[in-house]
Design a protein around this ligand. Structure first.
Ligand SMILES: Nc1nc2c(ncn2[C@@H]2O[C@H](COP(=O)(O)OP(=O)(O)OP(=O)(O)O)[C@@H](O)[C@H]2O)c(=O)[nH]1
Ligand SMILES: [Mg+2]
Length: 337
């Protein structure tokens, strides 16, 4: 299952425009797959010269028109939130608008916490095992939400966090802030963008400034024209690239690579996944039939030119089912039948 990224935020912030920029017009009905740029994949492809190069992707979805309640419900389905703030146009108030939007999410979580606390509180009083501990976490969460704060900013032990995830809180989802700035204020984004950065920093969330409208226009040009226009605005691709990588990191993902014929490919994988689970990203059967993983790094493969050359030189590491695939590994999975 691909990571689901929802573009959310205040009305008129430029969400649909950012969606168009990210999907380059290829996204139908507000849903599209977006490539994750990765220079390691480019270097691998240059060395191996495969017939095909396939980047990892995330699924991006634009907030459909609807009521505030519907917009909250939409955000709840996502793995990662891309929060857009309007920093262009007359009197931008990005921080105030983001806080107002966040309050809708906070209230939704408050309702879920209170519902659950009702049930668990009774269980705790009846002496049910584990209920008291859950009630305690929920009570702390409730106080935090009552103060208008998102759960993302609540310090939690891993097991407390796991408990809270049971109510699918939307304010605990990883978020990335996008300051959608006027073209004239590129590349920094000016004062309105700094307000978004400050708000993001306070939550420990990543933030970037870009112009969604300009990026949407750029997405329709060929690479040479894009480069020229970007240079004119003093920007490079790093905006979209950094946003993609932030989504990746926020989603708890690492990338491993395969480099055989016909393709060199980047695969998304949860951090710390054991080798058979990582293999199942390629084909679900691979988990059951996993024998071993042959592993190298991007740099070694680039130097050697092919997996076969490394194998012949005895330079592929052999790893078993307990191996945790690492970010940047190049892997060949031995599969039995
Ligand atoms: N100047 C400027 N205008 C922009 C930018 N991004 C979006 N706009 C304009 O702002 C208006 C709203 O943009 P949308 O992308 O529709 O905003 P939205 O967040 O999807 O709006 P809703 O879905 O209605 O909440 C449109 O007229 C856009 O052309 C930008 O980067 N710069
Ligand atoms: Mg829209």
């Amino acid at each position: 299952m691909p990571v689901n990224v929802a573009i959310v935020g205040p009305a008129g912030a430029g969400k649909t425009t950012l969606f168009r920029a990210l999907t380059a017009g290829r996204g139908a009905d507000g849903v599209g797959m977006v490539d994750i740029p990765d220079e390691r994949l480019d270097r691998l492809a240059e060395a191996v010269k495969p017939a095909k190069k396939t980047p990892a992707q995330v699924r991006v979805e634009d907030t459909p028109p609807g009521s505030r309640a519907q917009r909250v419900a939409f955000a709840r389905q996502a793995d990662v939130l891309l929060k857009v703030a309007r920093c262009f146009g007359p009197d931008p108030e990005p921080a105030a608008e983001l806080e107002e939007f966040a309050l809708d999410l906070v209230l939704a979580d408050l309702a879920s916490v209170e519902r659950r606390l009702d049930v668990v509180g009774k269980e705790a009083r009846a002496g049910k095992k584990d209920a008291a501990a859950e009630a305690e976490v929920l009570t702390v969460a409730k106080q935090h939400l009552d103060a208008g704060q998102q759960l993302r900013t609540l310090a939690l032990e891993p097991e407390q966090r796991a408990t809270l995830l049971g109510i699918f809180p939307v304010t605990l989802k990883p978020a990335i802030y996008v300051a959608n700035v006027a073209e004239e204020l590129l590349p920094s984004g000016g004062e309105p963008a700094t307000r978004v950065v400050k708000l993001a920093d306070a939550e420990g969330a990543p933030s970037i400034a870009l112009s969604a409208r300009l990026e949407a226009e750029l997405a329709e040009l060929d690479p040479a024209e894009q480069a020229e226009m970007r240079a004119g605005y003093g920007i490079d691709e790093s905006g979209l690239g950094r946003m993609a990588r932030a989504v990746w990191a926020a989603g708890g993902l690492i990338t491993y690579f395969t480099a055989g014929e016909p393709e060199v490919r980047a695969w998304p994988c949860e951090r710390d996944a054991p080798a058979p689970i990582a293999a199942s990203k390629i084909h679900t059967d691979f988990e059951k039939h996993f024998i071993r993983a042959e592993v190298t790094s991007v740099d070694e493969l680039v130097a050697a030119g092919s997996m076969d050359a490394l194998r012949a030189a005895g330079k592929l590491r052999v790893e078993g089912r307990d191996y945790r695939v690492q970010d940047g590994d190049v892997v060949f999975f031995r599969i039995g039948r």
